[in-house]
Design a binder for this molecule. Structure first.
Ligand code: HEC
Ligand code: HEC
Ligand code: HEC
Ligand code: HEC
Ligand code: HEC
Length: 172
């Protein structure tokens, strides 16, 4: 076999390994992203946001004005569940938390590392729909993360819309 042939076989093998590693990383990352944690109460966005058409901002009240979107307090659930579906086991959990004045410890799905700061309000006020970053949550029985929302993703969108690029706006 001529030398050149061997070299190109070696080269092709090298390229193949790189491709396999890249594909592997993408697959592992998307599996991590598509996992939804089990929540203490089987709350479904399909039931609330789709079937009953409750507005996202009715529950996530601070998204348009604050840093965090916030998850509603038990009191807000009881606004309806003191009369709606009261006999069901998952609602009994809710009622007993309410009676004991204890919060529900919802498991966070999205969480940036402490070194980075994200604010909901400038994004909502700029007109982005929740689905731009969170996907079709109203079709999720359990919320999962669908978009990377890492630095490359943030900066990529900021570039596209001529928004801030200074390190200090996201890191301080
Ligand atoms: C530009 C992207 C973007 C948009 C648009 C967006 N979010 Fe978020 N959201 C994020 C990021 C990033 C986090 C993680 C923030 C963190 O960990 O500090 C997050 C976290 C959350 C959380 C959990 C933490 C918290 O802030 O309470 C909720 C709930 C949430 N988003 C709801 C919403 C709702 C409802 C809308 C629409 C009104 C919305 N988001 C629009 C990017 C976005
Ligand atoms: C605006 C009214 C409203 C609010 C606020 C509300 N819910 Fe509901 N919820 C409903 C309706 C309507 C249903 C469907 C009931 C049915 O199937 O007949 C429902 C169903 C449920 C169910 C399913 C019950 C079952 O086993 O069938 C759970 C669990 C639940 N809600 C939890 C919550 C929690 C937790 C909150 C607060 C974060 C909340 N809900 C806030 C109206 C509301
Ligand atoms: C009836 C109240 C209610 C409504 C309406 C509602 N949510 Fe939620 N949302 C919750 C609760 C409770 C949680 C925490 C439990 C969970 O993750 O499922 C949550 C969690 C989330 C999270 C994940 C937060 C995290 O931990 O990162 C996102 C994103 C989110 N909601 C977006 C939306 C969007 C978008 C809409 C509208 C399409 C919406 N929600 C409508 C109550 C609500
Ligand atoms: C879908 C596009 C998009 C994504 C994704 C996005 N942003 Fe933004 N962001 C914008 C736009 C557009 C603005 C400017 C809004 C304005 O001009 O008021 C902005 C504004 C901001 C601001 C306010 C800056 C200031 O002081 O004026 C911060 C901070 C910020 N984004 C952080 C983040 C972080 C952190 C992430 C990733 C977790 C992120 N953004 C993801 C589009 C995006
Ligand atoms: C639009 C928001 C935004 C801007 C602008 C931004 N970053 Fe980040 N950065 C993030 C987010 C979100 C993370 C955390 C997620 C991740 O690691 O990708 C991060 C992570 C990092 C990390 C940690 C990486 C790691 O692997 O742990 C460093 C270091 C960093 N950024 C430096 C910078 C520097 C330097 C600049 C300016 C040239 C900058 N960032 C500009 C959003 C931003």
């Amino acid at each position: 076999m001529p030398k050149v042939g061997r070299k190109s076989i070696g080269c092709a093998a090298g390229v193949l390994i790189v491709i396999l590693v890249v594909v592997g990383v993408i697959v592992v990352r998307s599996i991590q992203l598509s996992q939804a944690p089990t929540q203490p109460i089987a709350f479904s966005h399909i039931v609330h946001a789709q079937a009953n058409r409750i507005d996202c901002l009715f529950c996530h009240r601070d998204a348009a004005t604050g840093q965090a979107a916030t998850v509603p307090a038990v009191e807000q659930c009881m606004f309806c569940h003191s009369v709606v579906a009261v006999g069901r086991p998952e609602i009994q959990k809710l009622r007993s938390a309410w009676q004991r004045q204890q919060p529900i410890n919802w498991v966070r799905v999205h969480r940036l590392p402490d070194l980075a700061h994200f604010y909901h309000y400038p994004h909502i006020q700029a007109g982005f729909d929740c689905s731009v970053c969170h996907g079709q949550v109203q079709q999720m029985a359990q919320v999962r993360q669908v978009r990377a929302l890492n630095m490359g993703d943030c900066v990529g969108c900021h570039r596209q819309y001529n928004a801030v690029a200074e390190c200090g706006k996201c890191h301080y």
